[in-house]
Design a protein around this ligand. Structure first.
Ligand code: SAJ
Length: 425
């Protein structure tokens, strides 16, 4: 198939890099977002998200005239849907409203021979059961008059531009011809293998990948609680267990955050509640981990009431600025709920304002007159902190390390009583 013009719906962490990459590979791209602010920002040469290298890529795509942005789709050879699929907090069901309305926006422009690809992470059977009926309102038949495929995105935030091109890509078509059309579209820039399958398998692949990771982190977190009870060091035990050639235990921590791994397993639970006891329990174990961190801090300080704590890190993982679903934020809320007064410092988002949180923009401000220092995110700059220096900046000598980022000896020598997650006495 020839793809001269492409419409990408949703200009977020996935859509914008995808649109720009196609544009810099010779395809005319219209990037669509319903958020007018985003469109204005992009039109004026700005960027609404942070991702290394993305600014330069977008600028290049725009300057060559191959990328335009708009609030509505227009006729094209192919359409890619890359809008968010969050979940409803109340019952953890997938919120498919953005996918639905993006699909509805394509329908009037759909022509014979077009290809539509859904990239948004979605519950199994979304492509066949939700997307097909909406697109067929055009009067065209899916799989006969137009191609339809699902292709999950598997890039890691922070490395999106490289992984977009190099990662293996799964393309699931509602017919073999649709899978082939999807293959030809991504072959424009993907250097990794492109594997064809059916749409529902491709949907499951994405959910299985992130659920696998969630379950594996859950067992690491459960081990951290067991180690605490049995008076051993989970970090030592994990490194010894990992000497086994077929064992690879992940890292415990304050919980699992981000907009993917802490969300996607719920799509499986929603789709088959009676068949997912393990998946559900893993989610619950990871969601309970912030509470465990709070217990550690309480143990270290005797009580939390009226105590002053400096919390280091708010992002969902090291060296990123993304605060979505972050367990660190949850820990701070819980500490405050238990009567502590917490100052938070997030060097990757120094100006972030989060409701109910006291954020400061320097370490010095965070530490002034505090009883305890709490490490929540393993940012490189936090791991390298000098304990002697820290001691001079705060009044207390209590340190809690929730992610195994600090050297025990160094902190003890600086006079700290160091409590570590997963290390019992
Ligand atoms: N975490 C741990 N212990 C570990 C590893 C991670 O507690 O040993 C925590 C992190 O701190 C973080 C969360 O898990 O809070 C998730 O972080 P991550 O780095 O594992 O993954 P994400 O959410 O940044 O990106 C994932 C990736 N999926 C997999 O690795 C299977 C990525 O490839 C996907 O594209 C992305 O989800 C997505 O969009 O679904």
């Amino acid at each position: 198939m020839k793809f001269q013009k492409l419409c990408v719906l949703g200009l977020g962490y996935i859509g914008l890099p995808t649109a720009s990459t196609f544009a810099t590979h010779g395809v005319e791209v219209v990037g669509v977002d319903v958020n007018e602010k985003i469109i204005e920002t992009l039109k004026s040469g700005g960027l609404h998200i942070h991702e290394p290298g993305l600014g330069e890529l977008v600028a290049k795509a725009v300057q060559t005239g191959m990328l335009r942005v708009a609030t509505r789709p227009e006729p094209a050879d192919a359409f890619i849907i890359a809008v968010p699929t969050p979940f409803y907090d109340s019952d953890k069901r997938a919120d498919m409203r953005a996918v639905k309305s993006a699909t509805e926006a394509i329908t009037p422009h759909l022509q014979k021979g077009n290809l539509v690809v859904l990239e948004s992470t979605s519950p199994p059977r979304t492509t066949t059961d939700l997307i097909v009926p909406i697109l067929e309102k055009s009067g065209l038949k899916a799989g006969i008059d137009f191609h339809l495929a699902y292709s999950p995105e598997r890039v890691l935030p922070g490395q999106i531009l490289r992984e977009l091109i190099e990662n293996a890509r799964v393309v699931g078509g509602i017919t073999p011809e649709s899978a082939q059309a999807g293959y030809e579209l991504y072959a424009i820039f993907v250097k990794g293998d492109i594997i064809k399958t059916n749409a529902t398998t491709a949907e499951m692949v994405k959910l299985m990948e992130n659920t696998y990771r969630d379950v594996n982190i859950a067992i690491a977190n459960e081990f951290s609680q067991l180690a605490d009870s049995f008076g051993i060091d989970v970090w030592e035990a994990i490194s010894l267990a990992n000497l086994h050639p077929r064992v690879e235990i992940l890292r415990p921590g304050p919980g699992v955050g981000g907009h993917c791994i802490s969300v996607d397993p719920w799509f499986l639970v929603e789709a088959a509640p009676e068949k997912t006891p393990l998946v559900r329990t893993a989610r619950e174990v990871n969601d309970a981990q912030p509470q465990f961190v709070v217990k550690l801090v309480e143990r270290a300080l005797g009580s939390l009431e009226g105590k002053k704590i400096a919390a280091l890190g708010l992002s969902y993982k090291p060296n990123v600025d993304d605060l979505r679903e972050s367990p660190a934020v949850e820990v701070v809320h819980l500490l405050q709920g238990a009567g502590a007064s917490v100052k938070t410092f997030e060097p990757f988002a120094p100006n972030a304002t989060l409701s109910g949180l006291e954020t400061v923009s320097t370490l010095k401000e965070a530490l002034a007159e505090t009883d305890a220092i709490l490490l929540l995110v393993a940012h490189s700059q936090f791991k390298e902190l000098d304990a002697e220096n820290i001691a001079k900046m705060m009044s207390g000598r209590v340190a809690v390390d929730a992610i195994n980022g600090w050297n025990v000896k160094q902190w003890q020598e600086a006079g700290f009583e160091l409590t570590r997650l997963g290390v019992g006495k």
